[in-house]
Design a protein around this ligand. Structure first.
Ligand code: ZN
Length: 224
């Protein structure tokens, strides 16, 4: 059984586990580093609830399928159902913001992309979505001015600001809700800034979202 539940403001939450809706290429500099065109509308994909694990526990990554990359992202926990919603409704439905890793089997993803196939095997494996606890948002929370930092073995690898998102959070939630109903307990990952790279067993990672969230974790073992 999966040892994960949502935490909001340091308390275990009653919200159920649900899907994770992710956006690819939401930062122009990251799209460029992978030689992808800058999209004209959000590129969406989904991770199942079985991908969720706690970010502050040692990560278990597949090591037999090529490189497994970190992508640090701001995460949004959905607290109310959203279907065909506008940005105001989306804003009222946010139960909290946090950090997540969109773990990606990059070699496998590249292979799938070249064949025009879906990315799920590269993005949606068990444990592919480590998430932090969430902080409730307040009047003073500026969703589009959050600094996202990832250090790998004490070296800064990703250091971006949500100001640089191509599709900002509320527009993204509204866009997603035109295609998929977001349910309470679902999570949205908002895209990764530039600087992604491969993980190795034993790596120490430290991640932060502005002043509100700090997480330390390590790559603990390989899945076979
Ligand atoms: Zn991502």
């Amino acid at each position: 059984m999966q040892n994960y539940q949502h935490f909001v403001g340091g308390q275990a939450s009653d919200l159920p586990l649900g899907k994770v809706v992710c956006v690819g290429r939401n930062y122009a500099a990251h799209a460029k580093e992978l030689n992808n065109p800058i999209p004209t509308e959000p590129v969406l994909f989904i991770k199942p609830s079985t991908a969720l694990v706690k970010l502050d526990e040692p990560l278990v990554i597949p090591t037999h399928l090529g490189e497994c990359h970190f992508e640090v992202e701001m995460s949004i926990l959905v607290g109310w159902p959203l279907r065909h919603c506008n940005q105001e409704t989306a804003s009222a439905a946010i139960a909290g913001i946090g950090l997540a890793l969109d773990l990606t089997l990059r070699d496998l993803q590249q292979e799938l992309k070249e064949k025009g196939l879906p990315w799920e095997k590269a993005k949606s494996f068990d444990g592919a979505c480590p998430v932090s606890g969430f902080m409730p948002i307040t009047q003073s929370t500026n969703l589009q001015n959050q600094q996202i930092v990832l250090r790998q073995n004490h070296k800064i690898k990703q250091n971006g600001n949500t100001a640089d998102m191509l599709t900002p959070v509320l527009a993204l939630l509204s866009y997603i809700s035109q295609f998929f109903t977001l349910l309470p307990g679902d999570i949205v990952l908002t895209g990764t800034p530039v600087g992604v790279g491969p993980l190795k067993l034993g790596d120490q990672l430290s991640l932060s979202l502005s002043e509100s969230i700090h997480c330390i974790t390590e790559v603990g073992s390989s899945e076979r």
